[in-house]
Design a protein around this ligand. Structure first.
Ligand SMILES: CC(C)(COP(=O)(O)OP(=O)(O)OC[C@H]1O[C@@H](n2cnc3c(N)ncnc32)[C@H](O)[C@@H]1OP(=O)(O)O)[C@@H](O)C(=O)NCCC(=O)NCCS
Length: 170
C-alpha cells in the first residue's frame, strides 16, 4: 500500500538518494536542499511516497512569484522523482494528484511546472504562454506549463514567472 505524506527530517538523506537515482545526477537533489533552506519552502508540500516505510518517490511544490504590475503568488512543482525500480507503476501520478489536492487544501491558486507536456498534460497542465505567462528560464515554450487550482485563477494575470536563482543551477 502506497502512503503519500509530508516528509520528515529523518527521510531527507533517503529523498536525496531517490532523486539522485531517478535523474542520474545530483543537481535536482541539491535543488531540493536549496529550496528547503529558502523562505520558499512549504514543509507540507514536500511529499514522499512510502511503501512499508521505504521512500519510493518524492515531489516538491515551492513558492514562486508571477511578476505582473502586482506580485502574484504561485507554486512551482519541481522536482518530482520516483526511484528507477518503481517507475511506471503509477507512483509519479499519485504524487502529482495527491500533491495538487494538498495545494488546493492549503488554498493555493496556481501551479507552474517545467517538463515534458506529454506527462503533465494528463494532470490538467496547459502551455503557460497561452495564458500570457513566460518563465525566466531558458527552456522551450511548450515545456513551461501552468494549472489553475481555482477556476479563473489566471484571468488577467500575464507576466514573467521569476524562478529563484537556484533553479538556474540545475
Ligand atoms: C517522471 C517520473 C516522476 C514519473 O513517475 P512514474 O511513477 O514513472 O510515472 P507513472 O507510472 O505515474 O506514469 C508513467 C507514465 O509517465 C510517462 N513518463 C514517465 N516519465 C516520463 C517523462 N520523463 N516524460 C514523459 N513521460 C514520462 C510514461 O511513459 C507513462 O506514460 P503512459 O501512462 O502513457 O504509459 C519518473 O519517471 C522519474 O522519476 N523520472 C526521472 C526523473 C524525471 O524525469 N522527473 C521529471 C522531471 S520533469
Amino acid at each position: 500500500m502506497l502512503n503519500i505524506t509530508a516528509e520528515t527530517d529523518n527521510q531527507r538523506a533517503k529523498i536525496h538518494q531517490v532523486i539522485t537515482d531517478a535523474f542520474g545526477q545530483t543537481q535536482e537533489a541539491e535543488l531540493v536542499d536549496k529550496i528547503r533552506n529558502s523562505p520558499n519552502f512549504i514543509p507540507e508540500l514536500s511529499l514522499v511516497a512510502l511503501e512499508n516505510g521505504d521512500v519510493l518517490g518524492h515531489i516538491l511544490f515551492s513558492r514562486i512569484v508571477i511578476e505582473t504590475p502586482k506580485k502574484i503568488p504561485a507554486l512551482a512543482l519541481a522536482p518530482i522523482a520516483v526511484t528507477p525500480m518503481h517507475q511506471r507503476q503509477g507512483i509519479g501520478s499519485q504524487l502529482v494528484q495527491v500533491g495538487l489536492s494538498r495545494c488546493r487544501e492549503l488554498n493555493h491558486s496556481i501551479v507552474v511546472v517545467v517538463g515534458d507536456p506529454r506527462y503533465y498534460r494528463r494532470f490538467g497542465f496547459q502551455k503557460a504562454s497561452q495564458f500570457g505567462l513566460h518563465s525566466s528560464l531558458p527552456i522551450p515554450d511548450e515545456a513551461f506549463m501552468v494549472l489553475e487550482l481555482k477556476p479563473s485563477a489566471l484571468i488577467n494575470i500575464n507576466g514573467n514567472v521569476c524562478y529563484p536563482a537556484y533553479f538556474n543551477e540545475v
